[in-house]
Design a binder for this molecule. Structure first.
Ligand SMILES: Cc1cc2nc3c(=O)[nH]c(=O)nc-3n(C[C@H](O)[C@H](O)[C@H](O)COP(=O)(O)OP(=O)(O)OC[C@H]3O[C@@H](n4cnc5c(N)ncnc54)[C@H](O)[C@@H]3O)c2cc1C
Length: 391
């Protein structure tokens, strides 16, 4: 088979790229190889699918600002004929809470956010209580609330809408598992699939999410991306808690409304994190021993909360600096990466997909400069310091 661009992985990243490549160049020949079209273990199908502007680095804030603009109009961008997808975007804001020790870095991040155009307010404990009377502000010195462009959406609906639109524009989705990458004279020449199929490719893209490190290794490249398990708890709480945002507590949990329930999770300390790709079993014991007590301390109404169910998914965890890793690998002329988003990939996908499509089609980022996320920083040993990673 012959194709111009082969994308390994048909999750949100691969599908956003296929969508943009075929939108920007209707003559592009794009093949997406996906081993599991049911996406049973893909991050994109197991995500909390929330979006925030509150990063601490300008590049991440700019990506989010353009992403929310896309999400607000996703129905228009991704309509196929009369079928207009609904990604159920709810704009409600993230609320970060910190103690005395975190005030300086919250203020520093706020200065970068405001300078980059994000709408974020800092609230002292009295202001927090005025706005969210159901909070217990013990130990809280400052809160940071996004007042525009933050919230959550149906990530699976976005994934299927991108893939369907990409197909309608000519992209081909091929079921198969990539098991080999042949490299010759600094170029990827062929791919092999588990069923014995061999494909030529002009450009190869690694969009394999949590398995991106394994794909890179097939071409002899070390990529610091691992599949780190995260358990999401679905929590019932009958109390009225008006205006509940996506709350990120200083103790390390996050929680947000989801339909009539809430969903929440803990960010494990780095030293206690799982190894690469453990079984996707939810870690149920976290609920009683850690999450519930921390939650009830911050929002006393959750003392009467009930665990409804839980699921686990993999973060595509970049062990180097927990940010996206983008672009052409310097040692290979035609192998492009879009990996390592570490818990903030689904919100970035519409803009990262556009940027990587521009890079492939024109050799540079045209609409938004994504060079700060370039793969070169790994080789130079220059981590991108993003304070607001949700572990
Ligand atoms: C619990 C949880 C909560 C999250 N919450 C948020 C959030 O609130 N906001 C946010 O922005 N992000 C969040 N994320 C992160 C976000 O979901 C991911 O960043 C994003 O979905 C990554 O997309 P992807 O396309 O790179 O990976 P995936 O969706 O995993 O897609 C990769 C695809 O590659 C395929 N593949 C792998 N290897 C091969 C192979 N050898 N051959 C063929 N196909 C292959 C896989 O089958 C898979 O379908 C969360 C993630 C999790 C797990």
């Amino acid at each position: 088979m012959r194709t111009d661009v082969v994308v390994i992985g048909g999750g949100i990243m691969g599908s956003a790229l296929a969508y943009w490549l075929t939108a920007l160049d209707p003559s592009a020949v794009v093949t997406v190889i996906e081993r599991d079209p049911s996406y049973a273990r893909a991050s994109s199908a197991l995500s909390a699918a929330s979006i925030r502007q509150q990063f601490s680095t300008p590049v991440n804030i700019r990506v989010s600002s353009e992403s929310i603009a896309f999400l607000r109009n996703a129905g228009d961008w991704l309509s196929v004929g009369a079928d207009r997808p609904d990604i159920a975007l709810t704009e409600r804001g993230y609320l970060y809470l910190t103690g005395e020790g975190g005030v300086a870095s919250m203020r520093a991040a706020n200065a970068v956010q405001l300078a980059t155009g994000a709408e974020v307010s800092l609230l002292d404990p009295a202001a927090l209580l005025g706005r969210f009377p159901w909070l217990d502000v013990a130990g809280i010195a400052l809160g940071s609330l996004g007042t525009s462009g933050e919230g959550w959406f149906d990530g699976y609906a976005l994934l299927t809408a991108l893939a369907r639109k990409a197909r309608s524009q000519g992209a081909t989705y091929l079921r198969g598992e990539v098991t080999g990458i042949d490299v010759e004279s600094h170029r990827v020449r062929h791919l092999s699939l588990a069923d014995g199929t061999r494909l030529d490719c002009g450009v190869l893209v690694n969009a394999a999410g949590p398995w991106a490190g394994r794909i890179a290794a097939l071409a002899g490249i070390e990529l610091p991306v691992e599949a780190r398990r995260r358990t999401v708890f679905v929590i019932g709480c009958k109390a009225e808690l008006p205006g509940f945002p996506l709350l990120i507590d200083r103790s390390g949990f996050w929680i947000r409304p989801e339909g009539r329930n809430y969903i929440g999770a803990l960010a494990p300390p780095a030293e206690a994190d799982d190894p690469d790709e453990p079984p996707l079993e939810p870690e149920l014991d976290q609920w009683e021993s850690q999450l519930w007590p921390a939650l009830a301390a911050r929002v006393p109404a959750f003392e009467a909360a009930k665990l409804e169910r839980a699921w686990a998914g993999y973060y595509e965890y970049n062990t180097f600096d927990q940010n996206g890793i983008l672009g052409l690998h310097p040692s290979l002329d035609n192998f492009v990466f879009m990996n390592g988003f570490s818990g903030h990939g689904i919100q970035q996908a519409p803009v990262i997909g556009r940027g990587i499509a521009e890079l492939i089609l024109t050799g540079r980022y045209a609409t938004l400069d994504l060079n700060d996320l370039g793969i070169g920083r790994l080789i130079d040993g220059r981590p991108l310091r993003e304070e607001n990673v949700i572990g």
